[in-house]
Ligand binder design. Structure first.
Ligand code: SAM
Ligand code: SF4
Ligand code: SF4
Length: 374
């Protein structure tokens, strides 16, 4: 029998019309895209606002006082986010990461954490609930986030040197306050804490060894992230990237040789390494030099409810339109829409970028990191 499709027409430019199979199917807990990649992770952006102006993410000249952020009624409510997250879990998602913008700026974020912690995966377990933050409000919020059901946090910290850090966050924020946030998160039981350092050539690459030395004997996992060509605001250039291989070499030259550890699970974003004397784990996220698209099992939900199947997408699928429709669509229908989006996914931007020698692959405007989260 040929399947009939009912198009839900959306008139925004380039927006694909969403298709719903005429015969709705119950979720099986297993979805595969066109490259046989399962759907395991959901990243939810809860705000497009941030109190930092990191030069590689929200440069001040673009994100200035005239920048148009989303109005409050455009944001998904906590109920809407939870409803969508529940459907994703029924498709096999096990891990949910809250991000932004700065997620701790979203008012009463603990309430959302508590609502998500109540959900169950297809194995009957609570989802693995994590959050990525710049750490600025963590000292204040770590305990309440833990009490609400958050499992772990990832904290972004690009330097231990105040001059460099302030140059990068561009709002005069001190390193010590982020470190206090990390300590509070550790004390609250939000570990193991991952520390994300985006390395930008000529800006903070001279701090690589200091960061490695500082976190070597700590319970935290330092992760070096290659600077990526996300969005358009940062005017990314390939010569601003310091590759993981270069970092490993620099650490070796500084007397900190590393050895590779086995992955925790298939599709893990970071490659895990360890200091030779077994003191401390270091992760490398090599999105530019060693793309991991073939294992990419992440879906991303924007603050305003658009579903993106790749960090480098130019267009999302508007789930908010469906859940706010006057037609009162059922969860089953939304579940089928999500299934059909995932099943037709063929994204592999980073792999293609490498094949085209880091040339910009699209003339369309890519979404910004602050809009979709990392
Ligand atoms: N505001 C939070 C924070 O900074 O942790 C969460 C959102 S932020 C967009 C998520 C992660 O993306 C951060 O670790 C940040 O350093 C990283 N990031 C932002 N822009 C990036 C870029 N162009 N290349 C690589 N990582 C980037
Ligand atoms: Fe804000 Fe995070 Fe982007 Fe920095 S990386 S500007 S903290 S959203
Ligand atoms: Fe996944 Fe897209 Fe990144 Fe490839 S480029 S790893 S498909 S988000």
């Amino acid at each position: 029998m040929t399947e009939k499709f009912i198009p839900l027409i959306d008139n925004r430019r380039h927006q694909d019309s969403l298709t719903i199979p005429a015969q709705l199917k119950l979720p099986s807990g297993k979805l595969a895209d066109t490259l046989s990649r399962p759907l395991h992770d959901l990243r939810i952006s809860v705000t497009d606002r941030c109190n930092f102006r990191c030069v590689y993410c929200m440069p001040k000249e673009i994100f200035d006082k005239n920048y148009q952020y989303l109005p409050h009624n455009a944001l998904l409510s906590f109920e809407e986010i939870t409803r969508i997250a529940k459907i994703f879990l029924s498709h096999g998602v096990k891990k949910i990461r809250l991000t932004g913008g700065e997620p701790l700026l979203r008012k009463n974020i603990e309430d959302l954490v508590a609502m998500l912690a109540e959900l169950r995966t297809t194995d009957g377990l609570a989802p693995d609930l994590t959050l990525t933050t710049n750490g600025s409000l963590l000292e204040k919020k770590a305990k309440s986030l833990k009490n609400a059901g958050l499992n772990r946090v990832t904290v972004s910290l690009d330097s231990l040197n105040d001059t460099t850090f302030k140059q990068m966050n561009d709002v005069d924020f001190a390193v010590s306050e982020v470190l206090n946030g990390i300590d509070a998160a550790h004390a609250a039981g939000l570990g193991p804490i991952k520390i994300n350092m985006v390395v930008k050539a000529g800006v903070n690459d001279h701090e690589i060894t200091d960061m490695a030395r500082y976190f070597k004997n700590s319970p935290h996992i330092l992760r070096f992230i290659e600077y990526m060509d996300v969005g358009a605001s940062n005017h990314w250039q390939v010569n601003e990237v310091i590759t993981s291989e270069q970092i490993i070499l620099r650490l070796q030259e500084a007397g900190m040789p590393l050895r590779l550890l086995p992955a925790n699970y298939e599709g893990e974003t970071a490659q895990r390494w360890q200091h030779h004397d077994n003191q401390g784990e270091i992760g490398f996220i090599s999105s530019v030099s060693n793309a991991f698209c073939k294992d990419c099992s992440r879906a991303r939900l924007s603050t305003e409810g658009k579903l993106y199947t790749c960090l480098f997408a130019t267009e999302g699928h508007d789930l908010r339109d469906i859940i706010r429709s006057k037609e009162n669509h059922s969860d089953l229908l939304i579940s089928n829409v999500i299934a059909s989006i995932w099943q037709s996914r063929n994204d592999r931007y980073s792999e293609l970028r490498n094949l085209t020698e880091a040339k910009n692959q699209t003339t369309e405007k890519k979404i910004e990191m602050s809009y979709i989260g990392g």
